[in-house]
Ligand binder design. Structure first.
Ligand SMILES: [Zn+2]
Length: 579
């Protein structure tokens, strides 16, 4: 008996056997059951994802002696002939080799006659995008007025190359690439049917290399079985596929994490001298780092990981020693490197450059730890800040210490002293109310007159209102952000806004927002209140002398700490609220 390749031997014969295209097969099944099959279909998608297979199953469903049925028998002459590719009423045309007008003319001749034996005359046109313009025009005529009991199925990897006139006359189904796990489980099933023992890692390497195409995976499996003595072993299969062993990738990542550039370069040398293709190697490394990122964020047991269980443990161990930030940095560098290698004259240099960058990136201190240090310095300015945490593998993940994103913006950090009214925390947000520039010297400025309203940043009740608003509505919260002052007397709460923020006033004047704000204020102040929103000039006419921006910046604790930390000088101060 002649040998049949695995991809053909295990070709699905029923809609339910087609892997990974459930949505499409269900739709087609419904069309068959309801007898609402269209005259033209476009099946698009990458190679080896089931387009032609599905087209044949649809043909069998319609032409089976027991049909139309969604479970063609596979035994009647029609089913058998379609499987063998020699049915009298089902024509498979390869447009890549028959792309001219003559073939399509011939096809149109054939269409004119009714099916010879079966209910439908079906044309499956493979690689349909390869047809010439004339051929498309001829085909279009047929699709415009399809003869009864005829069906066209256009299979293509490049649907955008089909004329829109053709597309609009067909139902279009996009076949998706298969997941790693879908391919892996199919491979597992096939080796079981073939009674072949296989390493988990061997099948995993094949599933990865197939990149979403099931037919590619089955062809690679065929190749691997043919070249193995008995059992499919991981090392052998990886060698066959030109994929570096996982240990090499793990060692490389450990060297990068430790910032050991020497060891990193030695690994590249080893990989290159053993004849592995470096672009391919970089692709492997990208996938490995992607797995690290997934494992770090979702845990090593996540189904998002494209890995067999044996490798999951290794990945889990490695990512315990790397911070989320490090991995994100590595991911960014390797993706860019992979891209640049494609156009580089000497891809090896590009790869080495990328890996060196990664090794150095592992030594950088994280932004969080730097900020935490800075905050510590502000709380106890007399104490010299501790040196940064050691880089590399021993650095703990910063996630625990990070400030949660949903923290109300108005809440000050715990270790910062209470704000002084004359030294606002956000100088750039507090508008300058004076129109003339002021002298630099502090003594020249007259002392500020007593304020009729509270300074917006100093009142804990306002902070509380703002943080409640933040929890309720982002919009309301951002409207309260620019409040420059507020007053609470005789049951009325007055919010005062700088002139530049009149949009907030008009927004908060809407009834719905007023009611919301009213409820919030009543909750914080413990009594029913009226709300009044108004612009600054309406309350405090006349200029209010304040210290210059430069002066305020010079006296700001935060600026002071930054200057000290980075050993720099203050060159220029820009008031953003005025620009
Ligand atoms: Zn049949």
């Amino acid at each position: 008996m002649s040998y049949q390749v695995i991809a053909r031997k295990y070709r699905p014969q029923l809609f339910d056997d087609v892997a990974g295209q459930r949505l499409i097969t269900d739709t087609l099944k419904n069309a068959v059951i309801k007898q609402r099959v269209a005259h033209g279909y476009i099946f698009s998608g990458a190679r080896g994802v089931g387009k032609t297979t599905t087209a044949r199953i649809l043909a069998k469903s319609l032409n089976c002696a027991n049909g139309p049925t969604v479970t063609p028998c596979g035994k009647c002459p029609s089913c058998v002939e379609i499987t063998q590719g020699n049915s009298v009423d089902v024509f498979e045309i390869d447009a890549a080799s028959n792309r001219g007008i003559d073939e399509i003319r011939q096809l149109r001749e054939t269409v004119r006659y009714l099916p010879a034996r079966d209910p439908y005359r079906i044309f499956i046109i493979d690689e349909a995008h390869m047809l010439t313009t004339e051929a498309f025009n001829a085909l279009l005529k047929t699709l415009e007025e399809p003869p009864p009991r005829s069906l066209f199925i256009l299979c293509t990897t490049e649907p955008h190359k089909l004329p829109t006139t053709i597309q609009s006359r067909c139902q279009h189904f996009s076949f998706r690439l298969l997941d790693y796990s879908e391919i892996y489980s199919r491979l597992e099933w096939v080796v079981k049917q073939e009674q072949i023992a296989a390493d988990e890692g061997a099948l995993s390497a094949i599933a990865e290399a197939a990149e979403g195409s099931l037919r590619d995976a089955l062809s690679l499996l065929d190749q691997a079985i043919a070249s193995s003595a008995d059992r499919l072993q991981e090392g052998h299969v990886r060698q066959l596929l030109g994929v570096v062993p996982v240990q090499v990738l793990t060692e490389l990542m450990e060297a990068i994490g430790a910032g050991n550039v020497g060891r990193v370069l030695e690994t590249v040398e080893r990989v290159a001298s053993e004849g592995y293709e470096l672009n391919h190697f970089c692709g492997e490394l990208t996938r490995y780092i992607r797995n690290l990122a997934v494992a770090r964020s979702c845990g090593a047991e996540s189904p998002l990981l494209q890995l067999p269980s044996s490798e999951r443990a290794v990945i889990a161990r490695l990512c315990e020693r790397l911070s989320e930030e490090d991995i994100a940095r590595f991911f960014q560098v390797i993706v860019r490197t992979e891209n640049e290698m494609r156009y580089a004259l000497n891809p090896r240099f590009q790869l080495e450059l990328g890996l060196i960058k990664m090794a150095h990136a592992a030594r950088l201190a994280s932004l969080e730890s730097l900020l935490a240090e800075l905050r510590g310095a502000r709380a106890t300015p007399a104490v010299k800040p501790e040196p940064g945490p050691p880089g590399g593998l021993s650095r703990p993940a910063p996630a625990a210490g990070r400030k949660p994103e949903y923290a109300p913006r108005s809440a000050p950090p715990a270790n910062v002293p209470a704000q002084q009214p004359e030294r606002p925390r956000n100088p750039e947000k507090t508008p300058e109310r004076q129109s003339m520039p002021e002298p630099r010297s502090a003594s020249a400025a007259p002392p500020p007159p007593p304020r009729p309203v509270s300074e917006a940043h100093s009142d804990p009740r306002l902070s509380r209102i703002k943080s409640l608003a933040f929890g309720q509505s982002k919009l309301l919260s951002s409207c309260l952000e620019p409040v420059s002052g507020w007053r609470f007397e005789n049951g009325e709460v007055k919010f005062i806004f700088p002139k530049s923020d009149s949009w907030a006033v008009s927004f908060l004047s809407a009834r719905e927002q007023q009611e919301r704000l009213q409820a919030l204020c009543a909750e914080v102040l413990g009594q029913p209140v009226r709300i009044c929103v108004t612009l600054d000039s309406e309350v405090t006419p006349g200029p209010k002398p304040r210290r210059s921006v430069r002066e305020r910046a010079e006296n700001d604790e935060g600026v002071e700490a930054l200057v000290k930390k980075f050993r720099c000088t203050l060159v220029d101060v820009i008031d953003l609220s005025r620009e």
